[in-house]
Design a protein around this ligand. Sequence first.
Ligand SMILES: *[C@@H]1O[C@H](CO)[C@@H](O)[C@H](O)[C@H]1NC(C)=O
Ligand SMILES: *[C@@H]1O[C@H](CO)[C@@H](O)[C@H](O)[C@H]1NC(C)=O
Ligand SMILES: *[C@@H]1O[C@H](CO)[C@@H](O)[C@H](O)[C@H]1NC(C)=O
Ligand SMILES: *[C@@H]1O[C@H](CO)[C@@H](O)[C@H](O)[C@H]1NC(C)=O
Ligand SMILES: *[C@@H]1O[C@H](CO)[C@@H](O)[C@H](O)[C@H]1NC(C)=O
Ligand SMILES: *[C@@H]1O[C@H](CO)[C@@H](O)[C@H](O)[C@H]1NC(C)=O
Ligand SMILES: *[C@@H]1O[C@H](CO)[C@@H](O)[C@H](O)[C@H]1NC(C)=O
Ligand SMILES: *[C@@H]1O[C@H](CO)[C@@H](O)[C@H](O)[C@H]1NC(C)=O
Ligand SMILES: *[C@@H]1O[C@H](CO)[C@@H](O)[C@H](O)[C@H]1NC(C)=O
Ligand SMILES: *[C@@H]1O[C@H](CO)[C@@H](O)[C@H](O)[C@H]1NC(C)=O
Length: 665
Amino acid sequence: MGIESAPCRLFHSLWVILLFLASAQGEITIYHTNNQAAFTTAPGASYSGVAAYDPATLVAPPVPSPTILTTIPVQLQNAGTPNLSIKQKGSFIGFSIEMSVTNQVLGKNSTLIQVPFLNLMANIQQRAGSVTIRVGGNTQESATLVDTLPDGRILMKNLTGVTGRTQTPPLDFTRDMLYLMRNISSFVNVHWFLGIPWFVTQPFDLAIIPASQEILGDYLLGLQAANEPDMYGLHKHRNGTIYGPNGNDYYKPYDYMKEISSLLTQIDAAGDDPTGRAKTILVGPNSANFNWTLQEIWDAGFVDTFTDNLAYLAVEKYPTDNCNAAFGGGPVTDPQTEIANYLTHAALKNLLAPYLASTMYAQTKNKPFLMFETNTASCGGFRGVSDSFTAALWGLDYALQLAHSNFSGAHFHLGGQNVYYNPFTSPPTNQSTFHQWSVGALYYSALVMAEAIGASNQTQVLDIPIQGLSEYTPVYGIYENGTPVRVAIINYVNDPTGANTVHAVISMSGASMPASVKVKRLSAESVVQKGGYTWANQTFGGNFDSDGRPMGTEVIETVNCDTTALTCTIDVPAPGVALVFLTDAAFTENSGAPSVTFVTTAQTKTHNTATVDPSVLSTSNGYRMSGHDLAGTSKAPNNAPRAIQTPLITTLGLALGAMLVLVGR
Ligand SMILES: *[C@@H]1O[C@H](CO)[C@@H](O)[C@H](O)[C@H]1NC(C)=O
Ligand SMILES: *[C@@H]1O[C@H](CO)[C@@H](O)[C@H](O)[C@H]1NC(C)=O
Ligand SMILES: *[C@@H]1O[C@H](CO)[C@@H](O)[C@H](O)[C@H]1NC(C)=O
Ligand SMILES: *[C@@H]1O[C@H](CO)[C@@H](O)[C@H](O)[C@H]1NC(C)=O
Ligand SMILES: *[C@@H]1O[C@H](CO)[C@@H](O)[C@H](O)[C@H]1NC(C)=O
Ligand SMILES: *[C@@H]1O[C@H](CO)[C@@H](O)[C@H](O)[C@H]1NC(C)=O
Ligand SMILES: *[C@@H]1O[C@H](CO)[C@@H](O)[C@H](O)[C@H]1NC(C)=O
Ligand SMILES: *[C@@H]1O[C@H](CO)[C@@H](O)[C@H](O)[C@H]1NC(C)=O
Ligand SMILES: *[C@@H]1O[C@H](CO)[C@@H](O)[C@H](O)[C@H]1NC(C)=O
Ligand SMILES: *[C@@H]1O[C@H](CO)[C@@H](O)[C@H](O)[C@H]1NC(C)=O
């Protein structure tokens, strides 16, 4: 369960500050201005803006006591390592975008695409080859496809009769939302999941099925059959109660299966799947481990009954929730008591343990198994946890642990302005003329994961079992065709003294270690830092700082190995992550498709002449980006257009030039 973007009560005060800011700056060109200061609270004052930009930080947990193993032997085998995961794709971590915010995140309509969004996706694509996005969430359940909406809008909430704890208003959307998605896929290799509205099943509203097939074609990966159906009883979307005295009448897996059968019958009756493909790309059961165990769903014959219909098995899970803070109804969790739970590997292993039998079962049924929607905590996440470096470390460990556990992918969820956990947030709609995007901690996790897995489709992951290893320093081996190619080391400890710096001593049996290895690092000063994290010394900055391209000079370290001991020792500060590339091939081979990045173009409005970057089209090349500094220099206001490198890029350039993208005015 995510949270969707209800209009925030506090929005007004924020808007007032911004208006002031805009008028104070008058007719000057604002370029990558960091307006963070406007949101910093004075001592003693409390922040009254929206959650996405809340500057409050927590206190980092104390260093572990007793002391932990800091000199860590990482003994790799050149071949035959047991227990490697299934083969994984670089697009393993994708994003789940609450349907109601697509017009803020993707674009205003099919011809006004958000350029920072394209860039954020292009960064992943250049490492992974493609990006997977689910558009849906609570708001998909009552989404209605309508012919037109006022003012040419692509979606609109219908606030008539809003009910339910998450107060999710029904959503109306037009076919142009699907064209927007399709147009995005022409620029960046994004593939999509959508969902079938499931609150009303007699009859189903089938409109999204033919429309999405027709418009998205093969870019549509799958259609969700119900969203968290094991919570339908709790949320009163089905008769019966899961808590009532009579436990017999509650909505059970078997009832859900009857609805899927009915869906298939209704699709046939309506002739809504002329190619027959829609009926083969369903995603289920999408349960939240709330009232149904996966075992009881499998025992009901779910997979065999619908084996021809299901392209993916999927679940949704958040480690915990912050719903009382968002909606009332009980004691509000203090984030300071939560932060330590996000800084241990054990918590993630516990979170995924209930799924291991099912990921093995899915392999026997030849179905990929996805974590369809997840994040740090449902109902918006925790202030200071979900929006700090803690979440970047946790998100990477989680991604690698999901891969190790034989999931085939996961989607980090994002909502509107009033949540803490967004991997990226667009500025409040009509502020996009003078504000850029805010890139959150989980985007960094996704980026590093894309690079850790790469684009070969042959990558396997192992949470390396190491004698005496603490819960604060997980180490993952990353393999291609059975051979170790990369190692990821995470240090969750917060200790500026250096006493908890990890020294990972990597050795290899069955092959010799190289004379040197390359290392890229994910860094911040502390686990509670907000924004400005760096990946290989590049950053997306703080709030409102990013056009979606990494800023700064990329730094790739070369670490010399001990040619006598045949080991390479990698130091990882507390906190931090090191991604170690064991061979040059591991460093260069798995870069995805050459990436194009996109630059927003200028729009002059009557007053606050806010100019976003000038119109150039830059290219970059994944790992080899260091040799092409353009992608890393979006700060320079007068970037000369880079030499156009291929006819394809020229075409894109023209298309983009013609789009003159500037959304949300
Ligand atoms: C493989 O994984 C299983 C289950 O986690 C574990 O019991 C076994 O010890 C592992 N084998 C090796 C060689 O690590
Ligand atoms: C993942 O699947 C592989 C292949 O079936 C298996 O060897 C391994 O033990 C599984 N890992 C886990 C954590 O279940
Ligand atoms: C998108 O919005 C812009 C500005 O409102 C408008 O000019 C354009 O026609 C719209 N495109 C579509 C496809 O509706
Ligand atoms: C809004 O919802 C109400 C109540 O569900 C419905 O009667 C009405 O037709 C909806 N309006 C639009 C524009 O979809
Ligand atoms: C985007 O979608 C519109 C439909 O509104 C279509 O006419 C246009 O050609 C598309 N643009 C691109 C670049 O694909
Ligand atoms: C509950 O049952 C009543 C009576 O059978 C029916 O009219 C109603 O539609 C049901 N509601 C839901 C949410 O299934
Ligand atoms: C689901 O709810 C029913 C009714 O309260 C209860 O009997 C059953 O044990 C619950 N199942 C799980 C897995 O929680
Ligand atoms: C910006 O959006 C708010 C909320 O939708 C609206 O009240 C305001 O008039 C808009 N301002 C401008 C300058 O468009
Ligand atoms: C990886 O798989 C995707 C499809 O899932 C395919 O498009 C891509 O070409 C594959 N990459 C390689 C290197 O085989
Ligand atoms: C890291 O990036 C910063 C900001 O771009 C730059 O000043 C610094 O020189 C870079 N570090 C190295 C070692 O290149």
